[in-house]
Design a protein around this ligand. Structure first.
Ligand code: GLC
Length: 720
């Protein structure tokens, strides 16, 4: 097939080839008058109807009939009949919206994560989408950053497992045959989540070792799983913006990782080389980006307006353009678009498949596995004979889909009130807003006071507006908004049990919440079936089993705070630690409020009989570590048994703990299970001072427990 695709390239003019490297949003395909609204008049961007006719791909187009119409028109006008590639952000669902990825991460369930991506792909592909701009696998350590909701958290191993699961779900095993799947595009390459100050688009400056140890593994895992595309990020990496960074793309992606798929810039990121200060004008931006390896320029026209001149002046070799065009045509070919430019688009089938009951049931199941029980002082599960007051801005809110749910319907989302009504008679459930997200009125308060006064239990539905996280949704103060903290304060004197259900896109500073209420359920943005899932959990119809994959800081002053940190030379908790001259704050603890891996159940578990198969591991002889886990409570429950390791003396400093494996197990009341982990030498490898990836002989500690804090230690040595 490569030969035939090369024949297209031989027939194309230079302008036609360059247009294949351009991606435009939908309005440009709806006639010139509407296009001007997106990014200034078309003319100002140098875009003509001719440009649109030759454009290689479109973003943000969805809907079977809409795609069929646009593709039909495109094929009629494109001289060689080269089909458009249709790409869109289908991050955690198409119309059936699943919990945001940070919530899915807390499920520690790769099967359900894969299933959610497969359902998203099925709804997207029947609606005409070919490629999704997902999975986002950026490692995150700073909850001020708005896009932490889009990541699965702070651990490279867990993020890698989820990256693989999402790619498998989106792509299946054969994109040509399986038209119910879409191509995936892993993003944002690279280390977008390390923006200084948690401020979006801000500088990222990490050592190569940090990059390789923490930030790169999940991208590599996605590509190892066959991910078809990579999206470059807005940020700098070692002083060079990712979209103009040859070391990142040519040396690392292409040479070292042997990635031969399509690389697309993020929206406008090629032109942003100018404000970054590495390109004087759009011509230089185009030259740097094509030399660095960006195949598709998203939504700016540096390539369109300057690549031809750069080729004529021999500043850019036309072969670079041919390579990029070939990769794009190969992806179109793999998706079967030359044989069937409409692929899976089917308006009739779309009606049956999109937002169907089975998909909503899957969204509800995943949401029950993603909400984390953070506190419970004997108030949950709720008893149906109790009278409840549901109070807060999220009591009757459809804003529970979270960012990147642009095709979802807030109106059709199952609100918390809807969910609770299925568990209680209406006479048992009074609802009042109490306040808005950031506003309040006397009437709201009076209504809430009345409802609370008549109730046995107060369920508080609190959180952030979904615009307070997501892209460019960064906050320096990550507490709940003042009015909501005041609402808790004013209800407290009633002395009634209070359960806080939180809807938010980041770990919050829970001052004024965690210490004030009797139970806290972290619901994140739970998606289309959120209210039903939360009600299932609050009444114990489903046992809470989720575990945090991002630390909850004690306060914003601690940030960045994450479990896999380094010990320092003056650790505060050392046995011989001095009183003052150690690594500590004078006014707050070093530890987060809630650690990575933390989550409660309605039952209790004990860990006992920890054992290790030998004191030493060799290259040939792995270690087996066992732990007996017993459900000592009255109800069945799921536990995530976690295995961490610490290298006590490395070539460079090593994290105090690194997650190496986990087991999610279900135990009936009184039941015990012995969990066995196998540890092998390759799991102990890391990047040395000279960046060689290898393990060291020496002493290690293994840790097994229900989270990254409460663990049992087992020492061993590696002998080589
Ligand atoms: C945005 C986001 C990226 C998204 C793209 C297309 O700016 O950074 O994640 O895929 O534009 O919508």
């Amino acid at each position: 097939m490569k030969r035939q695709l090369n024949s297209y390239i031989q027939q194309m003019t230079l302008e036609e080839k360059i247009a294949q490297l351009l991606q435009l949003a939908v309005p440009f395909f709806e006639g010139t008058e509407s296009a001007g609204q997106i990014t200034g008049p078309m003319a100002a961007m140098g875009i003509t109807d001719e440009t649109v006719r030759n454009t290689g791909s479109v973003l943000g187009l969805a809907g079977a009939q809409e795609v069929i119409n646009v593709q039909k028109a495109h094929l009629r006008s494109n001289r060689l009949g080269i089909p458009l590639l249709v790409m869109a952000d289908i991050v955690h669902g198409y119309k059936t919206i699943f919990p945001v990825p940070l919530a899915i991460g807390c499920s520690w369930d790769m099967e359900l994560a894969e299933k959610s991506a497969a359902i998203a792909a099925k709804e997207a592909s029947v609606s005409g989408v070919h490629v999704t701009f997902a999975p986002m696998v950026d490692l995150v350590r700073d909850p001020r950053w708005g896009r932490v909701m889009e990541s699965t958290g702070e651990d490279p191993y867990l993020n890698s497992q989820f990256a693989r699961a999402f790619v498998r779900g989106f792509q299946g095993s054969d994109l040509t045959k399986e038209t119910d799947r879409v191509a995936a595009c892993v993003k944002h390459f690279a280390a977008y989540g390390a923006a200084e100050g948690g401020r979006d688009y801000n500088t990222v400056d990490l050592s190569e070792r940090q990059l390789r140890e923490f930030y790169l593994p999940a991208y590599q895992a996605a590509l190892d799983e066959g991910c078809e595309m990579v999206m470059t990020s807005f940020n700098t990496v070692e002083g060079i913006p990712a979209s103009g960074n040859k070391r990142l793309m040519r040396d690392l992606l292409r040479e070292e990782w042997k990635f031969d798929g399509v690389i697309i810039s993020d929206w406008g990121a090629v032109k942003e080389l100018i404000p970054h200060g590495v390109a004087e004008d759009e011509a230089e931006a185009a030259r740097k980006a094509i030399h660095a390896g960006v195949d598709i320029e998203m939504m700016t026209t540096c390539y369109m307006n300057h690549l031809a001149d750069l080729v004529h002046s021999q500043s850019v070799d036309e072969a670079l353009i041919d390579e990029a065009v070939l990769r794009i045509l190969q992806l179109k070919e793999k998706l079967g678009l030359f044989d069937n430019p409409y692929r899976g688009a089917d308006p009739e089938r779309e009606q049956e498949v999109v937002f169907c009951e089975d998909h909503r049931a899957a969204a509800r199941e995943l949401a029950t596995k993603s909400c984390v029980l953070l506190k419970n002082e004997a108030v949950l599960p709720l008893r149906p004979e109790q009278h409840m007051a549901l109070i807060g801005p999220f009591a009757q809110s459809g804003d529970i889909l979270g960012p990147w749910s642009w095709l979802g319907s807030k109106e059709k989302a199952v609100q918390l009130y809807d969910g609770l009504k299925t568990k209680l008679s209406t006479s048992q459930l009074t609802v009042a807003s109490g306040c808005g997200i950031e506003t309040e009125t006397p009437e709201q308060w009076e209504e809430a006071w009345k409802a609370a006064s008549e109730a046995d239990v107060i369920i508080l539905a609190l959180g952030e507006d979904s615009d307070m996280s997501g892209e460019a949704g960064c906050r320096a103060d990550i507490r709940l908004p003042e009015v909501q903290l005041r609402l808790i304060e004013k209800l407290k004197p009633l002395g009634k049990p209070m359960v806080a259900v939180l809807f938010n896109g980041r770990p919050l500073d829970l001052h004024g919440v965690y210490d004030q209420v009797d139970a806290v359920l972290e619901a994140w943005y739970p998606g289309s079936e959120g209210g039903a899932a939360i009600a299932d959990l609050l009444f114990g119809d489903v046992q809470p089993s989720a575990r945090l994959t991002m630390s909850f800081p004690y306060s914003v002053g601690q940030i960045p705070v994450y479990y896999n940190s380094f010990n320092t030379g003056r650790p505060k908790d050392a046995l011989d630690a001095q009183v003052k001259y150690v690594s500590q704050y004078l006014d707050i603890p070093n530890e987060p409020l809630l650690p990575f891996g933390f989550g409660l159940s309605y039952t209790t578990f004990t860990y006992s009989d920890a054992a290790i198969s030998a004191d030493t591991m060799t290259l040939e002889r792995p270690l087996h570590l066992t732990m007996k886990v017993t459900n000592t409570g009255k109800t069945a429950g799921e536990e995530v048994v976690q295995l961490y390791v610490r290298d006590l003396a490395g070539d460079v400093v090593r994290p105090v703990k690194e997650l190496k494996d986990f087991r999610k197990i279900e135990l009936q009341s009184g039941e015990s299970q012995t969990v066995t982990f196998t540890l092998t030498e390759d799991q102990l490898r890391y990047y040395h001072a000279d960046l060689q990836f290898a393990s060291d002989a020496g002493a290690f500690t293994a840790f097994i427990g229900p989270n990254s804090r409460d663990t049992v230690e087992l020492g061993f040595r590696l002998e080589k």
